[in-house]
Design a protein around this ligand. Structure first.
Ligand SMILES: C[S@@+](CC[C@H](N)C(=O)[O-])C[C@H]1O[C@@H](n2cnc3c(N)ncnc32)[C@H](O)[C@@H]1O
Length: 406
């Protein structure tokens, strides 16, 4: 991985005078510093990309900078996407400002359809396939993990061979403002992606930076997929389903990382007392396993340890979340130490009785053992008895959560 040294041609200074065309009162709305705007302007002027994508628009001051920068390049055009329809700073309904309004209101710029396509109220995953190939992408969106990484993974299949990606607010998590301190998303993405990195002149505490795609970016994209499982800080309402899209565009091993990240985070999100309302695909993914589970007469929990306890407690405290479906009762808890642990939450613990399963499809077994090795051997023992309704603890919590939430 190369660290591109921008000091020979500081992007901030490259043809920065063209930014003077933007009226000062419109620039005053910008959420970027003067140097950050010059960095983007310089990169675009230097590389002359034609197909530009902006993810995260807000009032549109960033779109304004980009549109101004490509004003004299008749082949260049911008597509901007924002998940919101209205700018977040205007909570008062009477003052609502449409996303992108600042750029729309700039009379001396061509923001006609041929130069600018603004898409609002959509996540990039919903529209990327209709946008097509991109040469230059600016991601300045949720800032809370995993939004920026999901945005990038959506765009990557459509990036041209040496496309450039700019990330804004990379250092926002170092802010003294408490609400910003969990905004690690741009930094996590910037540090985990394999690419040629381009830093601004202001190296210490840089808040904007870019990277250029190399063959290694795609080759080592598992780094980014794997990093998805770091704690998700975004509110569930910001999450869209990426499962089908990833399956279509990436190797299924990488999609496993995505599912692993969901497994690690869905119970956490549900614990916030909010619904994972934008996870229809998640539900879809789990639905056949779920249908299997709820059709049983009873459930046997294998292992009477902390996962068993956790599951029973989760089951008890989240009952209201999936009241519409009646979960089968826990029928038995099996543990090889049944002589030492008599019960968990008043459910008796007995020694495993594999033979009683006898190929029956009436019961499901959830293996709650922590060790993956033991899980493997126990599931082997169970399936040897002609029994296939075996679930792993790690699959259960997200399944319950995803299924039970509206
Ligand atoms: C920091 S603002 C963007 C500022 C803008 N780039 C500028 O320079 O003025 C972040 C924007 O990203 C949007 N956003 C958040 N999550 C998103 C997502 N998953 N996809 C697209 N936009 C998103 C928010 O609605 C918000 O308008």
């Amino acid at each position: 991985m190369k660290l591109i040294n921008s000091s020979n041609t500081p992007m901030e200074n490259f043809e920065s005078e063209c930014l003077n065309r933007i009226p000062a009162d419109l620039l005053a709305c910008s959420e970027m510093t003067d140097a950050e705007r010059r960095f983007i302007n310089g990169l675009i002027r230097y590389h002359r990309p034609k197909r530009i994508l902006e993810i995260g628009v807000a009032e549109g001051a960033g779109s304004l900078v980009i549109l101004n920068t490509i004003q004299d390049d008749s082949d260049a055009y911008l597509t901007s996407i924002d998940i919101a329809d209205y700018h977040y700073n205007y909570s008062n309904a009477n003052e609502k400002m449409h996303v992108g309004e600042v750029a729309k209101n700039c009379n001396n710029l061509d923001s006609s359809d041929s130069k600018w396509k603004l898409i609002t109220g959509k996540d990039p995953v919903e529209v990327m396939e209709s946008i097509g190939i991109i040469d230059f992408c600016i991601i300045d969106s949720g800032h809370v993990h995993p939004i920026e990484s999901l945005n990038f993974l959506v765009v990557l299949p459509y990036l041209s061979a040496d496309a450039i990606v700019v990330l804004h607010d990379i250092a926002i998590y170092r802010s003294y403002i408490p609400e910003f301190r969990n905004m690690h998303a741009p930094k996590l993405l910037f540090d985990s992606v394999v690419a040629d990195k381009l830093l601004p002149c202001q190296r210490a505490y840089y808040n904007i930076a870019a990277f250029q795609i190399t063959p290694g970016t795609r080759k080592y994209i598992s780094n980014v997929f794997s990093m998805l499982s770091f704690r998700w800080d975004c509110p569930p309402a910001m999450l869209s389903n990426h499962y089908d899209y990833f399956l279509k565009h990436y190797n299924s091993d990488f999609v496993e990382y995505y599912l692993e990240a969901i497994r690690a985070n869905v119970p956490l999100l549900a614990g916030q007392g909010t619904s994972v309302s934008v996870s229809p695909g998640l539900k879809k993914h789990f639905s056949s396993a779920w249908d299997d589970l709820v059709s049983k007469k009873g459930i046997i929990l294998y292992g009477a340890g902390s996962n068993c306890l956790k599951l029973l407690e989760f089951w008890g405290t989240h009952k209201h979340l999936y009241a519409e479906v009646l979960l089968p009762p826990v029928f038995e808890i099996w543990d090889i130490n049944a002589d030492k642990i008599s019960s968990v939450h008043n459910i008796p613990v007995v020694l495993p009785r594999f033979s009683t399963l006898n190929g029956s499809s009436d019961y499901a077994v959830i293996i709650t053992l922590q060790s993956k090795g033991s899980y493997y051997f126990v599931s082997l023992e169970i399936t040897k008895n002609g029994f296939s309704n075996v679930f792993e603890f790690d699959d259960i919590l997200p399944m319950l959560t995803a299924k039970g939430l509206a």
